[in-house]
Design a protein around this ligand. Structure first.
Ligand code: BDR
Ligand code: CA
Length: 312
């Protein structure tokens, strides 16, 4: 059985995905990264969630900024704290002494069968690959929420997690470690609805109630930007292939990341020519990634809710 490390920037959908993953998978550790908000806030939120859920999972603090350029955040969606709406007390646990990069390298060195699930900018993982490429090459798979085969959400072409650190994403996609990518083309097609948020808010148990309150904030913010009757739970899609593989369909193809481009910086360029032409010769590059193309979204949301309701 594989061991899992979750790299995340909670983040409302990160919080749901984290709590869901902990119900189904042996989580060896969690590494935090800047993204939806500062690294101070994402680490604080991670420890608050882990402690509130009674999970005994080590947390290692990661990168505060991208490899190049300046930090972008998503506070217009997740609020200043990154988890606005929830009233979780600060956790009592402390982050590990080693940082996320060293935690990842040590885990890749010590564990026989390690899978990384990444839900934020890929900075920590890229730094670990740069520092110890041979050790990191032992990793079985990196399953990410990020990118898109089509439209973006920060720019017309770029998704947030990739746009937040395109240079890091380029290193990770070109590392030779098997990649799995759930992008916006799938993750934004379904989500939690207003009645489902209300149902969580009305739950009398502390954690489901507070996740409900946080999702109420998230739903409200999402509704200001997008005209759709649901709020996507993007990050859970990086977990699903390892818990309920029948719910997301992936196709193997070559993916790289555009780091230049006036209009396209941060775009995941997905070469679908072999799929369209049903050959393996149209693309001159070797496939490096399984890319999500369709999903049973309603079932994923039901499972997410069900898992949240098992917490106290
Ligand atoms: C991704 O960006 C973040 O805001 C979410 O947590 C998710 O990881 C969606 O583009
Ligand atoms: Ca995230």
């Amino acid at each position: 059985m594989a061991s899992y490390i979750i790299d995340c920037d909670p983040g409302h959908d990160d919080a749901v995905a984290l709590l869901f993953a902990a119900k189904f998978l042996p989580i060896y550790g969690i590494t935090t990264v800047f993204g939806n908000t500062s690294i101070t806030n994402t680490t604080r939120n991670t420890i608050a969630l882990v402690d509130a859920a009674g999970l005994k999972i080590p947390v290692a603090k990661g990168a505060a900024k991208p490899l190049k350029g300046s930090i972008i955040k998503a506070e217009h969606v997740h609020g200043k704290s990154g988890l606005d709406g929830a009233n979780l007390p600060d956790g009592k646990s402390q982050p590990r002494k080693e940082d996320a990069t060293n935690f990842l390298i040590e885990a890749a060195s010590n564990l026989q069968d390690l899978v990384l699930i990444a839900m934020g900018p890929l900075t920590n993982i890229a730094m670990a690959i740069k520092k110890a490429p041979n050790i990191m090459s032992r990793i079985r798979e990196i399953s990410i929420m990020g990118g898109s085969t089509s439209f973006g959400n920060v720019t017309a072409t770029a998704e947030f997690n990739i746009f937040a650190d395109p240079e890091a994403a380029q290193i990770v996609f070109n590392s030779g470690i098997p990649m799995r990518m759930a992008g916006l083309n799938v993750t934004s097609t379904f989500g939690i609805t207003a009645p489902q948020v209300t149902m969580l808010c009305e739950n009398t148990n502390f954690l489901p109630h507070n996740i409900g309150l946080s999702l109420n904030h998230y739903f409200t913010q999402q509704s200001k930007i997008y005209n759709r009757p649901y709020a996507p739970l993007h990050d859970i899609c990086a977990v699903i292939p390892h818990t309920h593989s029948e719910l997301i369909q992936y196709q193997r193809m070559y993916v790289d990341v555009e780091c230049e481009g006036i209009f396209t910086r941060g775009q995941t360029v997905c070469d679908q020519r072999d799929i369209v032409t049903a050959t393996s010769q149209a693309s001159e590059k070797k496939a490096n990634c399984d890319v999500a193309l369709s999903s049973k979204g309603d079932t994923i949301v039901e499972l997410a809710l069900h898992s949240l309701l098992t917490y106290q």
